[in-house]
Design a protein around this ligand. Structure first.
Ligand code: NAP
Length: 287
């Protein structure tokens, strides 16, 4: 690597597996950019020092992943409105000695939904989960003018915080919280257009579980969207498919959050198809 090569990092701890290097490096190559996407595994204690030294390593941007998505915020010079409301930054950009923070999970979530052919406006949504992914997804759906979002979560405090924060930011959208139970889901199933799994339930290696209980019938004419991309077909999606419902996996969100980040870093239009094919190849599917 010569000293002109710009670097983009992935900062997290631990970084077990990631499709982002394959996806972003394919995009840099496609556009003829002398840029490289590198893994920067960083423990919480070393995080502040790493941020201070980024520019000395020719790093012009990074994706921020667990556990640093919230922790990074006080260290930034500017944070986008979206990221501030969501409460998490997954993309940083270094420019003129300053660090700017963004959240591209929200646009990634929404673009994947639209790419699958669904217009969110007016939908009634059940949002399972209240962590970072759920906050980004709820934000983007409220912004896209869905009719109602019911946040369903195991820990009441997290769910209430998410619903209250988003209700304040989007007063025209009806956003409420209900605790996770079969009774809550049975009740919601009577009146729902989109069910999102934004929990980590069903993610590898624990891929034999689903947040949707066996004793609750899968509602008809409902879209089931899982933000998990490993495995690509979670048990949650398999349950919905077995009941004849439409499903969306988390790969589209991953790709589109990467597309948005690429465009922030480079100022150029991302080669979406190349990024998609690189992800599929990295997952072992035929591109
Ligand atoms: P997070 O902030 O740790 O939130 C995890 C959520 O899952 C919380 O709501 C948590 O509930 C819930 N949960 C965990 N274990 C549970 C269990 N046994 N029963 C019920 N609920 C449980 O994680 P995150 O960053 O939001 O990530 C969530 C998932 O989204 C992960 O699988 C991640 O890989 C995926 N993701 C995908 C993309 C993409 O681009 N496709 C982007 C971001 C994240 P409590 O509040 O009760 O703890």
């Amino acid at each position: 690597m010569n000293n002109k090569t710009k670097q983009i990092g992935l900062i997290g701890w631990p970084i077990a597996h990631s499709l982002s290097p394959a996806m972003q490096n394919a995009a840099f190559a496609e556009l003829g950019l002398d840029w490289t996407y590198v893994l920067l595994p960083t423990q919480p204690d070393d995080f502040e020092l790493l941020l201070k030294n980024l520019s000395t390593q020719n790093i012009v941007g990074a994706n921020i992943t667990m556990p640093h998505k919230q922790m990074v915020m006080p260290h930034l010079d500017q944070i986008s409105d979206d990221a501030r409301i969501i409460g998490a930054v997954n993309t940083i950009h270094l420019q003129n000695g300053k660090i700017f923070g963004h959240n591209t999970d929200c646009v990634g979530f929404l673009n994947a939904l639209k790419e699958a052919g669904h217009e969110p406006r007016g939908m009634r949504v059940a949002m399972l989960g209240a962590g970072g992914a759920a906050r980004a997804a709820t934000f983007s759906l409220a912004q896209a003018r869905v009719d109602r979002i019911t946040v369903v979560n195991r820990t009441v405090e997290h769910g209430v915080r998410l619903s209250e924060d988003m209700a304040k930011a989007f007063p025209a959208c009806h956003i409420e919280f209900k605790p996770l139970s079969s009774e809550t889901l049975s009740d919601l199933a009577k009146n729902v257009d989109l069910v999102v799994n934004a929990t980590s339930v069903g993610m590898e290696p624990d891929d034999d579980v689903s947040p949707w209980p066996d004793d609750v019938a899968i509602p008809a004419e409902t879209i089931f969207y899982d933000v998990i991309y490993k495995p690509v077909q979670t048990l949650f999606l398999q349950q919905a498919q077995a009941a004849g419902q439409k499903t969306i996996n988390g790969l589209g969100m991953l790709i589109h959050q990467g597309v948005a980040a690429f465009e922030i870093w480079t100022g150029q239009q991302a080669p979406v198809e190349t990024m998609k094919q690189a992800c599929l190849a990295a997952l072992g599917f035929d591109a």
